[in-house]
Write a protein that binds this ligand. Structure first.
Ligand SMILES: [Zn+2]
Length: 260
């Protein structure tokens, strides 16, 4: 069994060096994980790397624009089905993979692990003692969440898989997977504690909390930091720690500790 990484030429503030496209090959067959965005040179690079083997599947971790849009065009080109959790923007899977779903490549088995949090449709893929983590765990940065409660549960979930090596959607592969995942869990808990401390210290609005907790982020990432605080605040609300008025939550939303 061999694993090959092809870097898509889409570096950026959220994509690091670019999207990692993976080829998993075994017994003359090959599957492609996360083809990435629609970029002709990247399509050509993937097709060239597949040549000489029998393609069997194109698989997608989640439907963000830097991971999924090339999946359907590539699969048409290779004449194979597309696998994913559910349809999304510019993505329409032929076969839906639920938690525990298997894609066979030669004698190897790629197992889907549903890991909602970054997005609700996010899958990681286990292959032996490796885990392809998409944007659930990234090399060299933290992850933007849609749902902090689900995200934490999914971190515990992948920690319990006890894999050895992480192949992320962006950045370098990481050995010592357990320590990496524990680091993510510790980081999220620390951020949550900082947010709670900021409210306790008198931050009255979401924007005040962002000023305190994310004072180090450059202006270009301020919106992402605000989003992150809002998502985390919803978790703290669900946990009974804070309260804020019903309705849309934005930078000016007033927050306070939930005195109990
Ligand atoms: Zn993503």
């Amino acid at each position: 069994m061999t694993i090959q990484r092809i870097l898509a030429p889409n570096p950026g503030i959220y994509t690091g060096p670019g999207t990692n496209t993976y080829l998993v090959a075994d017994g003359g067959e090959v599957a492609v994980i996360d083809p990435g965005p629609v970029i002709e040179s990247h399509l050509v690079a993937i097709v060239r790397a597949v040549t000489g083997r029998s393609p069997v599947a194109v698989i997608v971790t989640h439907t963000h624009p830097d991971h999924a849009p090339l999946a359907n065009p590539l699969a048409r080109r290779l004449g194979v089905p597309v696998y994913g959790y559910e349809p999304g923007p510019e993505f329409d899977p032929d076969i839906r993979l639920a938690d525990g779903g298997i894609v066979a490549v030669g004698g190897a088995f790629i197992e889907a692990v549903h890991t909602p949090g970054h997005t609700r449709d996010h899958l990681c893929f286990r292959l032996g003692d490796r885990l392809f983590t998409g944007d659930h765990i990234m090399g060299g940065s933290t992850v933007v969440m849609e749902d902090a409660t689900a995200y934490m549960e999914s971190l515990y979930r992948v920690r319990d898989l006890d894999v050895k090596r992480i192949e992320p959607g962006h950045g370098p592969a990481m050995d010592d997977a357990g320590a990496v995942i524990d680091g993510y869990i510790d980081h999220r808990r620390a951020r949550e504690a900082e947010i709670l401390d900021a409210v306790r210290a008198g931050a009255a609005t979401i924007a005040d909390v962002v000023d305190i907790v994310y004072d180090f982020v450059p202006a270009g990432l301020r919106d992402a930091a605000t989003h992150q605080v809002i998502v985390q605040m919803h978790k703290l609300y669900a946990d009974g720690q804070v309260r804020f008025p019903a309705g849309a939550v934005g930078p000016s939303t007033m927050v306070e500790l939930n005195a109990r």
